[in-house]
Design a protein around this ligand. Sequence first.
Ligand SMILES: Cc1cc2nc3c(=O)[nH]c(=O)nc-3n(C[C@H](O)[C@H](O)[C@H](O)COP(=O)(O)OP(=O)(O)OC[C@H]3O[C@@H](n4cnc5c(N)ncnc54)[C@H](O)[C@@H]3O)c2cc1C
Length: 384
Amino acid sequence: MDFTLSSEQHLFQETVRRFAANELAAGAAARARNPAYPWDVARRMAAMGLMGIALPEEDGGMGGTLLDSILAIQAVAEICPRSADTIQAGNFGPVRTFAEFATREQKARYLGPILRGEAVISLGMTEPEAGSAVTDLQTSATPDGEGFRVNGTKVFGTHSTEAQVFLVYVRFGPGLDGIGSVLIEKGAPGFTIGQPSAFMNGETWAQLYFDDVHVAPQDVLIGPGGFRKQISGFNVERLGNAARAVAAGRHAFNIARDHALHRRQFGRPLCEFQGIQWKFAEMAMKLEAAQLLLMRAAVNAGPGLPNANETALAKLACNEAGFFAANEALQVMGAMGFSEESTVQYCLRRTRGWMIAGGSAEILKNRIAEDVFGRSFPQRPPRS
Ligand SMILES: Cc1cc2nc3c(=O)[nH]c(=O)nc-3n(C[C@H](O)[C@H](O)[C@H](O)COP(=O)(O)OP(=O)(O)OC[C@H]3O[C@@H](n4cnc5c(N)ncnc54)[C@H](O)[C@@H]3O)c2cc1C
């Protein structure tokens, strides 16, 4: 497989890198400390054409590929990890599942503000009793003659404290085939957003409560039987997490490399100690190997959705490599890396979260093992 970038892709990558270096590098540490979503950055990304990169032009996108989106998000994340969240929100997150399956009318209503960096959409998938076992979800959508009444609760949603609209997984009926999704706006009667809580990575989330929320038929995104469609869109979100994990690992790596070149102990720079050199060799090897799996999944997707197994392999490798690199980089930096002023500890906290979010490492391994053995391994206890 040829992973060589074309001259256009190189130019695009370099343009985004230069923009990030000139406009975002100076504020990277401050943004990492600020839990508020960087709306100013989101608008600048939109002005740069970095929202909806892989969406068709008729939808307001750039008509590019998934690889283009990966090049952009990594170019930004390597320089300002927090700013890359805006590219995730405008390209990889629930926006992508939405754009893939929404009607023309739904797109007309919601895509514009999202692609202008003025709004975000949040994914309401996880429930208190349905985490990894997402198909156990209980939030119900019951026909009421004029549409549906939604009842239930969701937890842990990224941007759940900032979003204007929510893509909510619901149950129209029993079993896997009963699952679909609806769009619910903030402020809808019966929809309450609970008190904000914080993840250790600095992001906030709030519990969502749906109490007889009316959903009109035109607000159904994917009807019953659409669970697999939803997960196929979710694979893009997974690659966005993977791409940021490797890039955050590289951000930490670069800072630690500079530190090791200049910090002197025992009369020599740290990089002259073999124990330190080997850390960098391992970090480089893991980051580059993970990057190749990421590129494979992205290249094979073209402008479409990535393959599930390639995505699982890429996300697992990227999550592990990113976290490993951030952790080792922090160790190389000593107390400097552990201190709040450093973005290295921030990268450690961010990469840690992606080992849980978007399909935990264990769930990805289960998925990969099924592909290895060519058979399914049901996780539920056998029925008596
Ligand atoms: C940073 C972050 C962002 C998130 N963003 C969103 C979002 O935008 N929208 C949303 O809906 N949710 C979001 N989540 C929630 C996320 O999807 C869940 O945390 C995830 O699915 C795991 O569910 P859980 O936390 O309930 O853990 P559990 O499912 O209770 O699992 C606990 C542990 O057991 C392991 N485990 C579970 N089942 C198995 C098994 N069969 N085999 C082996 N190990 C297993 C898990 O891997 C995990 O380590 C986010 C979470 C994080 C941390």
